[in-house]
Design a protein around this ligand. Structure first.
Ligand code: SF4
Length: 388
């Protein structure tokens, strides 16, 4: 099939990502498409999103959505009724499968019981709360607009509103943090009985205030030894709490793994709406206009909002699928690779590379999957670099 990156029989997308690019303030480590101080644009942006959704429905062949993810930015900066209107519109246009996973990211500072109740009634059944730390000093250094108490209250309110699938995001390797404070944050987070945890190591991205501070020697980051101790603590505490690691940074109770993100890691097709959002269909990746004002203008005047487009060659797409799949503990399915690309691992990497990584104890080949070993997960970046 022309234009599909040479991939065999990709299914129609059943995942949709919607980007809400607004935040209360800009965190100094953040490189996402997110803008503070645009409150006056919210209503216009929601109207533009709804128009883009209609256009997408008319011009794309899709299945009913099995996952919808409202991410940001800070989606919950919008009014509850605006968010409910977006979800209702998507349901009407695309349909939802039975037991579709409908997620929203939330900042503790932007939710109360009334908003959470409205969200829960609107088909949203998974809440991902950006906690980041449960130490006020660390939260201040991270530039977060909320306190540890705000985050704890948010989880309690979410339960009271009827959310029974709650994920918490926490960061480690952050300024001023050591393994003891990480242990305290994680223990406190686990005491809230989350169904899912996303635990990300801070990466200092170019163009952020943190990058400048690091350059000037002003950022006090934990060293390798501290980071290794944090990894140990994470493994022990999550295991004790019954949360199983299913991806390099993600842990869940059985059955609460994030299906939307699993589709990303399987390099599956997904639709996207909103400023800065990225979609991937038939081997073609498109990024939408990042500036929300320009995005609204383009939608209102009927112009395209595609800012960048990339078409991957089959071999590049194959390698990407391997690398993304290795992020998951189960690894990448050999049968799926063969079915999708009509190619095997050795066709892409030659006979020796995978064998060497297996011999070094970094990769493991099971009857059905290629996956990282426990040691391979520690050196995941180096392994991925060899497989790019
Ligand atoms: S809340 Fe999230 S998206 Fe917004 S500025 Fe902070 S890190 Fe970026």
């Amino acid at each position: 099939m022309p234009g599909n990156g040479g991939e065999a029989a990709l299914t129609e997308p059943s995942s949709l990502y919607i980007h809400i690019p607004f935040c209360v303030s800009k965190c100094p480590y953040c490189s996402f498409v997110s803008w503070p101080g645009m409150d006056s644009l919210h209503q216009r942006y929601v109207a533009a999103l709804l128009r883009e959704a209609e256009w997408l429905r008319q011009n794309t062949s899709t299945q009913p959505l099995s996952t919808l993810f409202l991410g940001g930015g800070t989606p919950t900066i919008l009014a509850g009724k605006e968010l409910a209107a977006i979800v209702t519109a998507c349901k009407g246009l695309f349909g939802f499968t039975h037991q579709a996973e409908i997620s929203i990211e939330a900042n503790p500072k932007t939710i109360d019981l009334e908003k959470l109740t409205l969200l829960r009634r609107s088909d949203i059944n998974r809440l991902s709360i950006g906690v980041q730390s449960l130490q006020d000093k660390e939260l201040q250094l991270l530039g977060r607009p909320h306190s540890a108490d705000d985050a704890i209250t948010a989880v309690r309110l979410a339960r009271a509103a009827g959310f029974d699938n709650i994920s918490l995001d926490l960061m480690y390797g952050t300024p001023g943090q050591d393994h003891k404070s990480w242990q305290q944050s994680l223990e406190q987070a686990l005491s809230l009985a989350p169904d899912h945890l996303s635990l990300y190591e801070l990466t200092v991205e170019q163009g952020t205030p943190y990058y400048q501070q690091l350059d000037q020697g002003l950022l006090d980051l934990p060293d390798e030894e501290e980071l290794a101790a944090m990894d140990q603590i994470t493994a022990t505490l999550c295991r004790q709490a019954g949360l199983v690691q299913y991806e390099i940074s993600n842990y869940a109770r059985s059955g609460y793994e994030c299906r939307h993100n699993i589709n990303y890691w399987q390099n599956g097709p997904y639709l996207a709406l909103g400023a800065g959002a990225v979609s991937c269909l038939e081997g073609r990746r498109q990024q939408k206009t990042s500036d929300p004002r320009l995005f609204c203008e383009q939608i209102e005047s009927g112009q395209s909002v595609v800012q960048e487009e990339e078409c991957l060659e089959p071999a590049a797409s194959f390698r990407e699928t391997v690398i993304m799949g290795l992020r998951m503990n189960q690894g990448v399915s050999k049968e799926r690779l063969q079915r999708r690309y009509e190619m095997e691992l050795n066709d892409c990497y030659g006979k020796t590379l995978i064998r060497r990584l297996v011999d070094q104890g970094l990769l493991e080949m099971t009857a059905t999957h290629l996956r990282l070993t426990a040691r391979g997960r520690i050196f995941a970046n180096q392994v991925m670099a060899e497989l790019v």
